[in-house]
Write a protein that binds this ligand. Sequence first.
Ligand SMILES: [Zn+2]
Length: 394
Amino acid sequence: MLNLTNTLTRKKELFTPRDPSRVTMYVCGITPQEAPHLGHGRGYVVTDILFRLLRHTYGENSVVYVRNYTDVDDKIIEKAVQIGTTPEAVANDNIAIFQQCMNDLNILTPTHEPRITTSMPEIIAFVQTLLDKKIAYTTPEGDVYYDLQKLPACGCGYHYGQLSSKKPEDLIMGSRVEPNLSKRNAGDFALWKAAKPDEISWATPWGRGRPGWHIECSAMSLATIGPQMDIHGGGEDLQFPHHENELAQNIGAFSELYTDAENGFAKLWFHWAFITVNGTKMSKSLGNFTYLDHAIAAHGAAAIRYWLLQTHYRKPVDYSEDALKAAAKPAKRLMAALKEPAAGAPAPAFQEKFLSMLNDDLNTAKALAALNTALSANELANVQWGAKLLGFKA
Ligand SMILES: [Zn+2]
């Protein structure tokens, strides 16, 4: 029985899917303006463990996992201008590097990997729904905003700011990100941005432009999973504004479906912590990042997976070359054990203990320690069974 921390309730909860024959999970993907860094590796290794555990529990064909690509945004357009190419080329190049890294790290491919550029009809239809319901409004400039005053009351009990635990004044602070005199309320956020000259844009009934950031995930999850899902995940920095706004969008469109807390947009919200460098978040904007493909080339994919799994997903992992080098040794030992022929079957008691660790809010650190104990005892069948669940491949 999987117990997972739900960001919405701030509690560790027993996870029960809406339909055990179709367990659904949507995790926000990358914005490919750059090659991925180690922080991306962490998020998708953690999600890979959850995906593997769900597949183990409910069956390989009973889990739908969706991870999107934000393949158009300000930074991608900026980068394309900078290096004299198209936004499409920038996105495709970086998606190719990302996919190679995912492959190297033995991260299972999601069931669906939608992109903005191939989901435009669904995105436009979602904005139209919110306009029709008068929850969204157009401005004279041709933008479309979500009117936070019109957020419908929901049987799910949601209030704006609940997911990110923000107070009303903090939510308004967030509005500095999108200053616009035509907004009705300071906290209103863009669903659609009017086209700028020479910028990539799409035609809609309310004018040309491109989507705001948050609407894509509401539209893509609706298209691939439906209006209700089991698990919605992402990095902890996405709680606000991205996930808060996504939730507001879905409640705007589907409040009548969301009859109670058990039947909202997502049953459970799952967020992982950052990689830090000397205590500061590793990020593109701070320039303190290490490219994921460089780290894989330098240390090996198994060492990176091993290093990441030593820390619980809700705690930051502090990066250093020494820490990666230290992980390379036991990772190498483990990989050697995976190549050896194992006699016999994994012991039921070992499987039970190992699964109970992962089912306890994905305690990969404990599971890794159990694997090492089995390795020291030369219990190869146990080691190989457990390593597979943790995504190690010989
Ligand atoms: Zn998203």
